[in-house]
Design a protein around this ligand. Sequence first.
Ligand code: ASP
Length: 321
Amino acid sequence: MGKTCKPVIAVHGGAGTWPPEHSQPALKSVKAAAQIGYEALQAGGTAVDAVVEAVASMEDSGNFNAGAGSALNVEKRVEMEASVMDGATLRAGAAALLSDVRNPVRLARVVMDETDHVLVVGKSAEQLARAFKLERRSPTESVRAVNQYEAQLNALRQGKGELPKLAELVKAHPEIFQLETVGAVALDADGNVAAATSTGGFPLKLAGRIGDSPLIGCGVYADDRSGACSATGVGEVAIRLVVAKAVCDRIENGRTPQEAAEETVALVKRRVSGVYNDMGFIALDTQGRVGAAHSSPNLCWAFMDEGHKAPVASLTAKFVK
Ligand code: ASP
């Protein structure tokens, strides 16, 4: 196909709760990420280039639960994960259980481009990152993540005292948990779509836990026959409904990305009810239409296309009750 499409990018910084002191830097960072991704598209880059650059910038910002700002697991360690998918070829790559890779999304791309596999985890994934000379970040936790960890652990101790009660605690105190995973979806000038997602995972997760973000179809999906989606929310719920693929399937069946995102949030609420099930999606299709919806209090997100001089950012999209 010739260069006929008008590039579009949308990014998100998670389906969490954003208090005022934290929301301003986050809004700035999603705008910057949308701008970086859009510039990659304008320079002739592919949708994959755009989503990787946009997500890498949010990983570096320290303002989200990904990369430098990753939440800590119950052992007070960082275990990051990320994924990327190319809608033109259905190639995908992902990595998980990472402690010292500066940009997990770049490692996901290495897995996609340079290996025969889709998901590589742990020490071997970190070795792969070293073999491809990806930058490392010292596994020292961010100050914000340590503060959050102490608050989360204290609340857990006072409130319930047992980890299986985590879901109840999150329901009562959503503000202290960081559903601030980052993601991006893009359409390039060739009409191809891509998606990427990156996270530190659910705060206080068990060591070794892998969520939806690096699982293709769950936290991320892209297919030129439908569109692209990056998901954020409770990973254990997202996995069970394969939510990112569910959004793309709806687009393939004729829904707009907005309708598809809203319907899939509603599906989550209907099918996995009675547990903490906050969810959020950004999506786009090959016509460049963008959708965003969430059931969490906020969805921090931004988009950019040729109709705008600068990225448009917001702390909410369509809220699905
Ligand atoms: N989906 C992520 C996880 O469960 C959390 C998030 O979206 O912030 O690991």
